[in-house]
Design a protein around this ligand. Structure first.
Ligand code: GAP
Length: 462
């Protein structure tokens, strides 16, 4: 059941800007549709999201290696992959206010099953059949032009100096995994990897998304974390199930609430895929795709063999059997993880003293700042100096913040809002007996810790 919470969405968007997590791109020019910038805390959160994924996928698997391929690639890659011919969404225009809409999404909103894989004819038939239910999100009228498939690849003139580049464009990659497929042989030739093995990559991808309505959920420039696992065809099914289980567990380990996650099976598979399931998160606008786990068969390597002429067959060193490996893909966006994590963590709490607080209950590993250090009073040099000493020590291991502005209560609130798990306060007792106060974000409990034991305390707790 999908429930929408537009109030929460507005709150999160406002909060993300106010506290320096996400800014609209080109803000002083009025923004730039479906493009966003991460602010200081957002940059830290996004970095921690990438690191958590990399740890889980590459560091903790001795059969997965990393890659960092370029955004620009040979244009033929996008023909081989099918993107030039078929990477499109059904676009229509409201005849009244000329707002461009993605028809499959409007149909879905009206409770009619539709997706981007349908043909123009199928989509238009549904548009006609359900004409009275399909309303323009801008003006509310139900009068749309015929839908046309609109290709989502973003084009550029890279390396073309003729002025007529549009006829033979270079593309900004529409997904990062193509860089993995075309480097599959390089990786095999230069590492000790043997099938089954995986290649993981994090990087930017670009799509000319038709609608720009859901904050960082659907961006035109976004970031993917993709892993392609190469297996013997006979092992593809089992491997697929194993990755489904692992990726579900990953989100639980990350600290996402299980009630906010669900599986969704694709009803309309692309012809080469044998299975495709999404892990959906309960975003403020309902359950939507967070990650896709796909069994892609041998399509990708076969297509690149056909179009490039390269031999991408794998010869098993034990059995001598040659085959085109099948691929199991896990694909998730940094931005969608960011939005899911922010939504999951955002909490407004009523306190016993009648006041309220906003606290971002982020998993500690993802928190932008791990420890904030305060001198109790800003105008007492001995407190400031001691707090600076502690900050200078802790910052070598953790992302820390020094704050001497306003009273301690206000500093706690500021740190709660950005999800800082611990605050350390230096007061007169610290000068006298070497003990600091450590305050926990979630319980708000305070404990005394000898300054010399702080490193151990945080090693245990962070
Ligand atoms: N290689 C497969 C692939 O790209 P996809 O379902 O199109 O599959 C995978 O994208 C993931 O990338 C999605 O689950 C989502 O997390 C992220 N993603 C896709 N389009 C996005 C967009 N416009 N903005 C933000 N994230 C996006």
């Amino acid at each position: 059941m999908t429930t929408k919470n537009n109030g929460l969405m507005d709150t999160i968007v406002g909060f993300a800007k106010r506290r320096g997590f996400v800014f609209p791109s080109s803000d002083i020019y009025g923004g730039f549709a479906a493009v966003y910038d991460f602010g200081p805390y957002g940059t830290e959160l996004a970095k921690n999201i990438r690191e958590a994924w990399w740890r889980a996928m590459v560091q903790e698997h001795d059969n997965i290696v990393g890659l960092d391929s370029s955004i620009f690639m040979h244009p033929k890659i996008w023909e081989a992959s099918g993107h030039v011919g078929g990477f499109s969404d059904p676009l229509s225009e409201c005849k009244n206010c000329h707002t461009r809409v993605r028809v499959d999404h409007l149909l879905e909103d009206a409770g009619v099953f539709a997706d981007e894989k349908m043909s123009e004819a199928e989509i238009n038939a549904l548009l006609t059949e359900h004409a009275d239910k399909i309303v323009c999100p801008q003006c509310g009228k139900s009068d749309f032009a015929e839908a046309k498939n609109f290709n989502l690849l973003v084009k550029s003139n890279l390396g073309n100096f003729t002025g007529e580049w549009d006829a033979e464009p270079t593309y900004l990659r529409g997904e990062t995994c193509q860089g993995i497929y075309v480097n599959y042989k390089n990786v095999l030739d230069t590492t000790r990897m043997k099938v089954p093995f995986g290649i993981a990559q994090i990087g930017k991808a670009f799509r000319n998304e038709i609608t720009a309505r859901q904050f960082i959920f659907r961006k035109r420039e976004f970031e993917q974390m993709e892993m392609q696992f190469f297996v013997h065809p006979d092992e593809a099914q089992d491997t697929y199930e194993q990755w489904r289980a692992k990726r579900w567990q990953y989100y639980l380990d990350l600290g996402i609430k299980e009630e906010n996650l669900q599986w969704h099976e694709h009803e309309n598979l692309v012809f080469y895929a044998s299975a495709a399931w999404d892990i959906e998160y309960r975003f403020p606008f309902g359950f939507k795709e967070l990650e896709g786990v796909h069994a892609r068969g041998d399509y990708d390597l076969s297509q690149h063999m056909k179009h490039s002429g390269a031999k991408l067959l794998y010869r098993d060193p034990k059995t001598n059997e040659s085959f085109v490996p099948h691929i199991v893909e896990t694909s998730v966006g940094v931005d969608r993880t960011f939005l899911a994590v922010l939504t999951d963590a955002y909490t407004e709490e009523q306190l016993d003293d009648g006041k309220s607080r906003v606290v971002l209950k982020l998993p500690k590993a993802l928190a932008p700042v791990k420890i904030a250090v305060f001198p109790l009073l800003k105008n007492k040099p001995e407190l400031v100096e001691k707090a600076r000493d502690i900050f200078d020590t802790l910052k070598k291991t953790y992302m820390c913040e020094f704050d001497d502005n306003g009273n301690v209560g206000k500093r706690y609130r500021r740190q709660d809002e950005i999800g800082t798990p611990y605050c350390v306060t230096v007061d007169f007792e610290t000068i006298e007996s070497g003990v600091v106060t450590v305050r926990d974000r979630d319980t708000m409990e305070q404990v005394s810790v000898p300054e010399g034991e702080l490193s151990d305390f945080f090693a245990q707790n962070l």
